[in-house]
Design a protein around this ligand. Structure first.
Ligand code: SF4
Ligand code: SF4
Length: 179
């Protein structure tokens, strides 16, 4: 019969000696291998209590940035949605009213801005396409959830809080270097 690989082995039919028949050497041998691993550096972490240090260019959860005065930078131009290969971004644009100058940087803004995190592949093309430096990927992880609709992230989750600014200088530098 033609052999497809050289991995086949002929099974030995020799009768077992006394030590092989009582299995104790094999059992202790196995336990010795297990015990040795107690003293080795663990390859695993107790996530989520422990986390590894992320790469400086890690692409995680998005943030919609505000400018230095606290106004939303996004002008609802739609370039991020066009660039998105997963069609994960949807938005509805609106005109800024006179008394909303402090809220939105330009005349147009995104009244609705949503990212479907189940579709998103965290490629980062949206942040590269954005002409207003309004959207960035951060080192935050999308939390797990049992409901699909909870993965639709709207402005309530995406726009950074005024009193909790998110530092994106590392990614900004990385994107500038790429361009
Ligand atoms: S990271 Fe990529 S897939 Fe996710 S929203 Fe941005 S462009 Fe779309
Ligand atoms: S995030 Fe940037 S690219 Fe996307 S709509 Fe807003 S301004 Fe345009």
């Amino acid at each position: 019969m033609q052999s497809l690989t050289n991995r086949s082995r002929v099974v030995s039919k020799k009768t077992m000696n006394f030590w092989e028949r009582i299995y104790l050497p094999a059992i202790f041998g196995g336990m010795w291998i297990t015990i040795k691993h107690f003293f080795k550096k663990k390859a695993t972490l107790r996530y989520p209590e422990e986390t590894r240090e992320f790469s400086k260019v890690y692409r995680g959860l998005h943030v919609l940035k505000r400018d230095e005065n606290g106004a939303e930078r996004c002008t609802a131009c739609g370039l991020c949605a066009v660039a998105c290969p997963a069609e994960a971004i949807t938005m509805v644009a609106a005109e800024r009213k006179k008394d909303e100058k402090g809220l939105y940087r330009e005349e147009k803004y995104a009244a609705i801005y949503e990212i479907n995190m189940l579709r998103c592949i965290f490629c980062g093309l949206c942040e590269e396409a954005c002409p207003k430096e309004a959207i960035f990927l951060t080192d935050r992880i999308t939390p797990s959830n049992f409901e699909r609709e909870n993965f639709i992230y709207g402005k309530d989750k995406l726009v950074e809080k005024i009193d909790q600014r998110i530092d994106v200088s590392g990614r900004q530098k990385h994107i500038t270097e790429k361009k």
